[in-house]
Write a protein that binds this ligand. Sequence first.
Ligand code: FAD
Length: 363
Amino acid sequence: MPPIVIIGAGLAGLYTARLLHAANMPCVVLEARDRIGGRILSVDAHGAPSTDGFDLGPSWFWPQAQPVLAELVQELGLDAFPQASDGDVLFERMSREGPQRFQGYPQEAHSYRVAGGTAALVHAIAEALPTDCVQLSSKVTQLSLETDGIAVQVECNGDAVTMRASHVVAALPPRLLAHAVTFSPAIDEPARIRWSSTPTWMAPHAKFFALYERAFWRDAGLSGTAQSMVGPMPEIHDATTASGQAALFGFIGVGAAQRAAMGEGALTGACMEQLVRMFGAEAGTPRTTLLKDWAADDCTATTEDRVPGGHPVPDPAPWVTGAWAERLVLGGSETSSSEPGYLAGAVTAAQSAARRVLLSASR
Ligand SMILES: Cc1cc2nc3c(=O)[nH]c(=O)nc-3n(C[C@H](O)[C@H](O)[C@H](O)COP(=O)(O)OP(=O)(O)OC[C@H]3O[C@@H](n4cnc5c(N)ncnc54)[C@H](O)[C@@H]3O)c2cc1C
């Protein structure tokens, strides 16, 4: 029997592969990028993927509200630690006033980070998969339905290759799938419209990091948490790693089109000015800075993601209908019926995709 092809080596695709291998079902994960993780990206001070890194993508999970992810962290033997939040918070109301300082308050449902960076999750899963299960730099361009399976057209390092699969799990955002993959025969129109109109969580966003020799704000009794109505970062947090590499990060509030027009240099300058305004002169001498604009990354975002699209909403209706329903399963986080868009959603979507493929393959 041809293997099951999983499109995308993000958390959802890799976890689906883990579940299928545990059920002795051969599968191959095809990943367009030259790295695993998808929206999960932990990097070192040079911006290179790292196992002791800064999270340019997701940073947090909430063990109380998302036990499925807490269990996976534990199952993989990883450590988690609470987001640093001890100390006062800063608030910047308008540009002509200095920041105000308020007593911090404990979070009710504490957010946690994975030691080593969120990428530790996907690396632990990938390391336990058979060699060659994950093929990098392999972009799926077309799926064609055949009588006994699916022909999968792939661009592999510039070469066009066709693979045959009994089933395909598309573990990528539905909107990206609709945009990047051609279907023969075409997907039913209502399904295609639903895929295209499902926002890819956080795809319109960008994160800025300033890395420091030490977490100087802690000495001043500050938590590193700050909010600003001036910007460019409306929200700033302590991003110091579990190994003690000090950093602050902020979500950039400037829209994707304006970010592209400003360019990385001007954006970095504006973020640094804000950090100095809010945290003082010492904030102006980082050892380096990092910036990741997800809206400009076409392995995550489409042109529709350049404007904020809101959060995907859980909807139990089937994602695939008509001729494709027996062979194609959607399994990216956005398709989760419990936590769409979140890391936890990637896990529950993978559980559901693996269940459906195993059921269909057993018929
Ligand atoms: C800035 C940012 C902050 C976030 N913060 C949080 C947070 O704090 N907590 C949280 O729970 N969630 C957060 N998220 C969301 C979280 O990252 C996602 O829920 C999760 O990573 C989705 O995993 P996934 O595997 O479903 O999709 P993805 O990670 O998007 O993986 C899809 C994979 O498919 C690949 N791919 C795309 N097209 C093709 C193709 N044609 N052929 C082959 N491969 C293809 C991509 O390269 C990618 O590797 C954040 C996201 C971002 C961007």
